[in-house]
Each structure stands twice: as structure tokens, then as C-alpha cells.
Design a binder for this molecule. Structure first.
Ligand code: MN
Length: 247
């Protein structure tokens, strides 16, 4: 069994090392990841410049591109076999609610799904520098085993968020739906040393509606959250409403 591991925090991040080591129990792991942090790269693909690949050590490839570039490079060029599973993470920070549309971690799993390969995105839901990555890696291994044993529904991948706590305090995994962010507009503007204005987006932790059944609700209560995602963004309910328009 061959597993490809990627992330958006970059190949030198703590989370990808913990993940690749844990998944070694399940099969042969190849890491293809951005050469630097590309968090919030979303599903972007590099089309107008070349990509370079650096093999840092056996089975560890750094690409000077986005997480989506890495999945493409891994599957179409670097890996000798088509992987049986792609796992992205472990992201250092939550990927909950509407924020998943910004996430390079989630987009990498999305890209693998587009290629018909089972995929999981894993995030440690904390920015704590001493985050419990080994506990999150154990959860990732458990979920990966279940995916391999049971398969996934068509066009579906998993967004897994793990609370930052000791394994004995962690609640059992809950199957959740995507929550909703209560958006706080927060752009900081300051003056740089040359006297010019600069702007910085998103200085505060985002707030979420704490609704039962959501990813945020589960994480807030120290449960592992597993949200099955799919790529069809169609709002089916709205189709009925728009069908009534005099088009
Ligand atoms: Mn990240």
C-alpha cells in the first residue's frame, strides 16, 4: 500500500513529520509538500511559471508550489505508483466552517479526490506552539485505516479536525457538518518604515456559530470532528427558487 502525504504548512513543519511517521504503520509513505508555508493558498494551481522539485532525503520531495501543485506533481510525476491514499496535514491550526475554502490542506485532499484517490485532510485545531501532534497523528492513522478498510462514498473526502488535548481527555470522534463562521472584518492598517501605508488581513481568531452538529461544536467540546465533504457546490434548494424566475 502506497500513501502520499502533503500539507500547506511546508515540508519542514512538525505536523507533516508526525503524520508521515504515523502512516508508516499502514504502508509506504512518500511526502510531496511545499518548500515553504503556503497556508490559505486554497485550491490554487501554478500555471504561469515552472515548478522545481528538491528531494531532501529518500521519499521526501519539496516543491516550490502550492499544495495542489504538490498533489499533481506527486501523482503525475514523482511517485512510481498511483497512491492508494492521500493524506494532507497535520495542519497547525483548525480548518473549520467556511474557512475550509481558504485552506491549502483541504484543497490538497480535494485535488486527490478529483483524481479518484481516497483522501483525508487532518488539522490540529490549535495554534499552540506545543501542540499535541502525536495525538493527532494517532487519530489520522486510525481514520486512514478505516478509510482503507471501508472505502469512501463517491466524490467524498474527509476533513478531520483534532482537538489539542491529551488522548485520554479527547472525546470520541463525531461525524459533523460544516459550521458557519461569524465574520469579523479585521484589516490592520499601519505605516511602514518608509512612511507608506500597509494592510494586513485577519489578525484575530475567527469566531464561529456554536451550533449542535457542526465541526466547531465538536472541537469546542474536545471531540475529534470528521466532516465528509464533496466538491459539488451546487445549492440544490436554490435551484427550485431560481426555477421560478421569469428567465
Ligand atoms: Mn496551514
Amino acid at each position: 500500500m502506497h500513501i502520499m502525504v502533503t500539507n500547506d504548512d511546508g515540508i519542514h513543519a512538525t505536523g507533516i513529520l508526525a503524520l508521515s511517521q504515523a502512516l508508516g504503520a499502514l504502508g509506504e509513505v512518500t511526502v510531496v509538500a511545499p518548500d515553504r508555508e503556503r497556508s490559505a493558498a486554497g485550491h490554487s494551481l501554478t500555471l504561469h511559471s515552472p515548478l522545481r522539485v528538491f528531494e531532501l532525503r529518500s521519499g521526501f520531495y519539496a516543491v516550490d508550489g502550492t499544495p495542489t501543485d504538490c498533489v499533481n506533481m506527486g501523482i503525475h510525476s514523482l511517485l512510481p505508483f498511483r497512491p492508494d491514499l492521500v493524506v494532507s496535514g497535520i495542519n497547525h491550526g483548525p480548518n473549520l466552517g467556511d474557512d475550509i475554502t481558504y485552506s491549502g490542506t483541504v484543497a490538497a485532499a480535494m485535488e486527490a479526490t478529483l483524481m479518484g484517490i481516497p483522501a483525508i485532510a487532518v488539522s490540529l485545531a490549535s495554534h499552540d506552539p506545543d501542540g499535541q501532534f502525536s495525538a493527532a497523528a494517532s487519530v489520522a492513522l486510525r481514520v486512514a485505516r478505516l478509510v482503507m478498510a471501508n472505502g469512501l462514498p463517491p466524490d467524498t473526502f474527509l476533513n478531520v479536525n483534532v482537538p489539542n488535548c491529551a488522548p485520554d481527555r479527547m472525546g470520541p470522534p463525531l461525524i459533523t457538518r460544516q459550521g458557519k463562521r461569524s465574520f469579523v472584518g479585521n484589516i490592520v492598517d499601519k505605516i511602514d518604515p518608509r512612511g507608506r501605508k500597509y494592510f494586513w488581513i485577519g489578525s484575530e481568531e475567527p469566531a464561529f456559530n456554536d451550533e449542535q452538529g457542526t465541526d466547531f461544536h465538536a472541537i469546542h467540546r474536545e471531540h475529534v470532528s470528521i466532516t465528509p465533504l464533496h466538491l459539488d457546490l451546487t445549492n440544490y434548494e436554490s435551484m427550485k427558487i431560481l426555477a421560478g424566475w421569469p428567465l
